[in-house]
Design a protein around this ligand. Structure first.
Ligand code: GLV
Length: 336
């Protein structure tokens, strides 16, 4: 019988992942590195460099890294991948794999798979939650309640709005479907621009700017690739109607943050709901914090749920062992 492929889990919640995986894959050798931060990771790697291994814990870690054929991780610090000569497959615990694909340390032969989790549902709820909050004006009534004010605002409907979604993949498409179910008109952008049932009009990577003037709401749900970085530039923001609500649940780098700040300051954008930023955590002195039209969340729109990710990983692990194609494999050239 073939030897059982060894798994290294490198994660801040490594112990919880280990428990979840042991239930599902009881015979699989799994080593866990609870890397709380990049610094911890550096310390681990530093220990590997330090010649004869000093203690049992370090030797277990050294063995886990150097013998693992499979890595389950969100992010790893520099030099981890080059310390893994046996590595054949990385399963990323999140939806976006940009940080692995950008690494010059990842050998071209390594397969990268991403997780689907319940990210599509989570993103749909986040987008719809924020949109309804804005349209109903929940925060304004809460304010008025404090001063016992019986005062009515307009009551605009999501069903009368047009929402443009950039990226019609595992995040954008469920969001589009949920918005359609609530009666909104949905437009979308995909690489090919091919028609998608339920979406009023789909634009391609070539003509996507033509969608912008029709959007009351713009949702950014495309992966970070060489083609998408910086795509929401000043020209794109200018093409949106005054008062548009922009929602970014992808990666901060898709938006030119200076142009965004200006569009918020001068009132061209009605609001920006931002879960992701070029620098995370968003630096304490970043001007977006104090911009009243910005609604900031700390990258929580679609957190990875360990039990769900463990199910996905276990299923893929069994396929790997059986020699079957893996699910949710990333096209490394395309970038998603
Ligand atoms: C989170 O940002 C993810 O890519 O899953």
């Amino acid at each position: 019988m073939n030897k059982i492929p060894r798994v290294c889990v490198w994660h801040t919640q490594g112990d919880t992942y280990r428990d979840a995986l042991r239930e599902r894959l009881p015979d699989t050798p799994i080593e866990v590195i609870n890397a709380a931060t990049h610094e911890t990771g550096e310390a681990v790697l530093g220990a590997l460099d330090s010649g004869p291994v000093a203690n049992h814990a370090t030797s277990v870690i050294a063995d886990a890294i150097s013998s693992a054929e499979i890595l389950l991780a969100w992010k790893v610090p520099p030099r981890t991948l080059t310390s893994m000569p046996a590595l054949r497959w990385v399963q990323v615990t999140g939806a976006g794999v940009d940080h692995f694909l950008e690494s010059t340390e990842l050998s071209a032969a390594v397969i990268v798979t991403r997780s689907l989790g319940r990210f599509g549902i989570q993103i749909s709820e986040y987008v719809i939650g924020y949109l309804l909050h804005h349209l109903i004006g929940i925060h304004t009534y809460r304010e008025k309640q404090r001063s016992h004010e019986w005062d009515r605002n307009n009551r605009p409907l999501l069903a009368d709005r047009t929402v443009g979604i950039i990226g019609l993949g595992s995040l954008g498409l469920p969001t589009a479907n949920a918005l359609t179910a609530l009666g909104a008109r949905v437009l979308g952008v995909s690489h090919s621009g091919l028609a998608v049932p339920g979406i009023d009009d789909v634009f391609s990577a070539r003509n996507w700017r033509n969608m912008l003037p029709a959007c009351d709401v713009l949702v950014i749900a495309a992966p970070k690739t060489v083609e998408t970085v910086g795509m929401i530039d000043q020209r794109a923001l200018d093409a949106l109607p005054k008062g548009t609500i922009l929602i970014n649940i992808s990666r901060g780098e898709l938006i030119d943050e200076d142009a965004l700040l200006e569009a918020l300051e001068n009132g061209h954008l009605g609001a920006a709901v931002l879960d992701v930023f070029t620098a995370e955590p968003l630096p304490e002195d970043h001007p977006l914090w104090d911009q009243s039209r910005a609604w900031i969340t700390p990258h929580i729109a679609a957190p990875s749920e360990i039990e769900v990710i463990a199910d996905e990983f276990a299923k893929n692990y069994r396929r790997y062992v059986a020699g079957d194609p893996l699910l949710n494999e990333v096209d490394r050239r395309r970038g998603y």
